[in-house]
Design a binder for this molecule. Sequence first.
Ligand SMILES: *Cc1c(COP(=O)(O)O)cnc(C)c1O
Length: 391
Amino acid sequence: MRGLETQVVHGGREDLHELGVHAPPIDRSTTYPVGSLQDGIDDVDELAAGGHPNSSPVYGRLYNPTVARWERAIAELEHAEEAVAFGSGMATITATLLAAGAAGRHLVAIRPVYGGTDHLLTTGLLGTRVTWATADAVAAAIEADTALVLMETPSNPTLALVDIADVVAQAGDVPVLVDNTFATPILQRPLEHGATWALHSATKALGGHGDVIAGVVACDAERARTLRQVRIATGALLDPQAAYLLHRSLPTLALRVRAAQDNAVELTKRFDGRAGVSRVCHPSRPSCDPDGIVGRQMDGPGSLLTFEMEGGFDAAARVMGAVELITPAVSLGSTDTLIEHPAGLTHRVVAEDAQSSCGITPGLLRVSVGIEGVDDIWDDLDRAIEVANRG
Ligand SMILES: *Cc1c(COP(=O)(O)O)cnc(C)c1O
């Protein structure tokens, strides 16, 4: 198998030479000519069953070649047979739950997860019964009609690290969905550890430039067929222009992830003993990785870090208000550094007792470290913390 650095550059581009082009074409067709009627009938039958077309994509909701190229690249990176893209990370999670038959059945989830995911599960919109379990209590939470186990690692927002193989073992026959958004396939490939699906909000590091909303899930070919059936039926498509931008961003994924990670490691060191800050978490710190996940399951600690202001909510709000280079904004995985307040923003929709049970405190801030010069990022953070400390 080719190295990751080669996969990101060449993935999904196999047909370009034959097409006589160097950059992937953007196919914006909403409909496609069918050859003979019988060819069209055969393609409709195959597409409706979640397959790939033989001669014509027939209709833009059924299949798009530009999207399919990016999907092939992601499948290769995740060491999966196939990948299926959707219009957002949340559309991807919803489709995966539907494809797994979770509607009307039971699901086990490990907190914390992204606020939107928590919200989807707690609202009961899909008619799924949810048991929230800690990572060591998954086995006990499995029931006769459990459709899947859902988990994130590193988790949003606290960066809790979960041993995927251990959860897979506890789950037994029940398939495990890993939201791999924070790690990216550069640092972690959940299928290597027994997960059934590796899922991404591609809005984050895969897009990487803060200008695309998208999602993708990688899995075996049979499950990918069901996912495409759900996509056709629900219409939660990824636009080809967005797929082009995602494919455009992919060659630099490894470079971006590693540069941001180097900055995060350095910033974490500079936080040592910083007055006004009570706790810093980054998986490069043994205290944040008690089970030694980095080096075993993850190839690096990643580019997200959290810190806790001693002065609680008010101090955290002052930091958010005082940053100048850093943008006070949700989202993550962009080239620029972002800072956000999970309790007030991304995880606002999570019940307060659930927030506190998994460490989402009023003084907690989450930083998505970018690829700027590390001295400039630190100067801005340090100054903002100083402003907050003065009250
Ligand atoms: C942002 C995010 C999502 C949701 O993705 P959207 O593209 O915003 O729909 C899901 N999981 C994680 C871990 C996220 O950070």
